[in-house]
Design a protein. Structure first.
Ligand SMILES: CC(C)(COP(=O)(O)OP(=O)(O)OC[C@H]1O[C@@H](n2cnc3c(N)ncnc32)[C@H](O)[C@@H]1OP(=O)(O)O)[C@@H](O)C(=O)NCCC(=O)NCCS
Length: 229
């Protein structure tokens, strides 16, 4: 399918292509959750054989978009397995997948000093006030209290991106109080700062975060590069 066809048929891809400036070695694919189960590799189908239909559609759409993103990097489409930590097992690249009940997105990357990437979609408004104390540090709650109304959803999404980018490399669980997010609203950018005790997770500090709002969702992703000295 040409990029023009993709733009016409898929508003989510149009948004991603227009909102996020092209980045060397990084490709993003986004689209509606649909029944892509017939396009799964047998190894992938086995991973969701006993799952509910909605979950199989989300999983298959994520893999379908991941292969589009791989192809955009010039890679041949290939099966994407699953690690013991339930992260996608990428062939010859790094990547990340996210889905809600209606929308899915995948990012792939390779070369250019890139160590990891994380992507996340969240439905706006799903974070209630009662969740704030668990998800945000006191400093974040002070800082963003009078800020843009969607700050809770963006910070949550940004922290999940950081987890998805770094967990496959460092292998430890990262709590929401171990990360603080710095938002540049004008440029639609964010940075993740690791403030916990497991030093390797500070890899996320070397990340470029990007976000946008589309169809009652926030979509965000973080590209983590090798530290330069
Ligand atoms: C793993 C987690 C981030 C997934 O996020 P989610 O909002 O529940 O769901 P999403 O749809 O956005 O993402 C699901 C995808 O994440 C990916 N994923 C799952 N575990 C992962 C891991 N350990 N590392 C990287 N990616 C992972 C998978 O691709 C999964 O989709 P798939 O099973 O269809 O392949 C979340 O469930 C979690 O455990 N969070 C706790 C840790 C955290 O976020 N800390 C924040 C502070 S850093």
């Amino acid at each position: 399918m040409s990029s023009v066809d993709r733009l016409e048929q898929n508003p989510a891809q149009t948004f991603v292509d227009e909102h996020f400036a092209p980045m060397s070695g990084v490709a993003i694919a986004a689209g509606p959750v649909a029944d892509h189960t017939a396009e799964l590799d047998p190894e992938e189908s086995a991973l969701v054989a006993n799952s509910a239909e909605q979950r199989r559609h989300q999983f298959a759409t994520g893999r379908y978009l991941a292969r589009q993103a791989m192809q955009a990097l010039g890679m041949a489409p290939a099966a994407i397995g699953r690690s013991d930590a339930r992260a996608p097992a990428w062939p010859d690249c790094v990547g990340s997948i996210s889905h809600t009940s209606t929308l899915a997105a995948a990012v792939t990357a390779r070369g250019h000093g890139i160590r990891g990437v994380g992507i996340d979609l969240e439905c706006l408004g799903r974070i209630t006030q009662a969740m704030h104390a668990r998800l945000y540090t006191d400093a974040e709650r002070d800082r963003y209290a009078e800020d843009e109304p969607h700050w809770p959803c963006l910070l949550f999404s940004a922290k999940e991106c950081a987890y998805k980018a770094v967990n496959p490399i460092c292998g430890t669980y990262i709590g929401f109080q171990e990360v603080e997010i710095d938002v540049d609203w004008k440029r639609h950018r964010f940075a993740a700062r690791y403030i916990g005790a497991h030093a390797p997770n500070a890899l996320m500090n070397h990340g470029d975060g990007h976000f946008g709002f589309f169809a009652d969702h926030v979509i965000s992703f973080l590209v983590v590069r090798r530290p330069t000295r």
